[in-house]
Design a protein around this ligand. Structure first.
Ligand SMILES: CC(C)(COP(=O)(O)OP(=O)(O)OC[C@H]1O[C@@H](n2cnc3c(N)ncnc32)[C@H](O)[C@@H]1OP(=O)(O)O)[C@@H](O)C(=O)NCCC(=O)NCCS
Length: 199
C-alpha cells in the first residue's frame, strides 16, 4: 500500500475535499442513516457494546429503538454513517456519529450535541472518524446551529485538531469528562490544516 492516502468522500451526495493521511487508501461516503435504515441494528450494536458498561439496565433493543428515532435528514436527532465506497467492501458500514438535542443530563442548558461517534477497530486511523465528525458539523451548520457541544472522557486531543475547544469539566457516571464546543462556521480549510498539521 502506498504511503500516501487520498481519501475521497462524498458528503451527503456532494463531493468534498481530499486530503493526505497515514498510509491506507479508503474510499468512503457519508450518508444519512435515514437513507440506510438497514444499518440501524449494526449502529445500535456498536454503540451498545462500546458504552454499555456506563448504562447498566439499558438493553440493546432500547438502543435500537433510539436509533430508529434518528431516521431524519432535516431535524435533530439524526445519525450519519460512513460507508465503504470501493471494491468488494462497497456498502459496508465503517463509522457513525449522531447529532442529539440532549446528551449530558447535567447540562440541559447546552444543545445540540455530537455523540455516538464510533469507527470499528479494524477501520481506525484512516481518517474516517475525522470525516464523520466534520460532516456532523456541516449538517449542524445547515440546520442553523451556531454552536455544537460534545463531552469526552479521553478524546480531547482528537477533537482539538478538528476545531473543538474545551469549555468545562463534568462527570458522567462518576467518570470525569471534558465538555467541548465547536462553532459550526469554522472554515473547512482551517479544519483541514489543523487535522494535517498533527496538532
Ligand atoms: C475516536 C474514533 C471515532 C476515531 O476514529 P478514527 O477513524 O480512527 O479517526 P481518524 O482516523 O480520523 O483519526 C484517528 C487518529 O489518526 C489521526 N489522523 C487521521 N488522519 C490524519 C491526518 N490526515 N492527519 C493527521 N492526523 C490524522 C487523528 O489525528 C487521530 O489521532 P489520535 O489517535 O491521536 O486521536 C475511534 O477511535 C473510535 O471509534 N473509538 C471508540 C469510540 C470513541 O471513543 N468515540 C469517541 C467518543 S468521544
Amino acid at each position: 500500500m502506498l504511503g500516501f492516502i487520498i481519501l475521497q468522500i462524498e458528503a451527503i451526495g456532494k463531493p468534498i475535499d481530499s486530503f493526505g493521511g497515514y498510509g491506507y487508501t479508503t474510499i468512503m461516503k457519508i450518508a444519512y442513516l435515514a437513507d440506510h435504515a438497514e444499518h440501524v441494528s449494526t449502529v445500535a450494536s456498536w454503540i451498545f457494546h462500546e458504552w454499555d458498561y456506563l448504562t447498566p439496565g439499558v438493553t440493546l433493543e432500547q438502543v435500537e429503538a433510539k436509533f430508529q428515532g434518528h431516521l431524519s435528514r432535516d431535524s435533530i436527532p439524526l445519525t450519519l454513517i460512513a460507508l465503504a465506497d470501493a471494491g468488494q467492501y462497497t456498502g459496508s458500514l465503517v463509522g457513525t456519529a449522531s447529532l442529539l438535542v440532549r446528551d449530558l443530563a447535567t447540562r440541559t442548558d447546552l444543545s445540540p450535541w455530537l455523540a455516538c461517534v464510533y469507527v470499528p477497530p479494524a477501520q481506525r486511523n484512516q481518517g474516517i472518524g475525522t470525516r464523520i465528525v466534520q460532516a456532523i458539523a456541516g449538517v449542524a451548520g445547515r440546520l442553523q446551529v451556531d454552536r455544537l457541544y460534545l463531552f469526552t472522557r479521553d478524546k480531547e486531543p482528537f477533537y482539538v485538531r478538528l476545531g473543538w475547544h474545551a469549555m468545562d469539566k463534568a462527570e458522567y457516571h462518576d467518570q470525569p469528562v471534558v465538555i467541548m464546543v465547536r462553532m459550526t462556521y469554522i472554515a473547512d480549510e482551517y479544519i483541514r490544516r489543523m487535522s494535517t498539521s498533527g496538532g
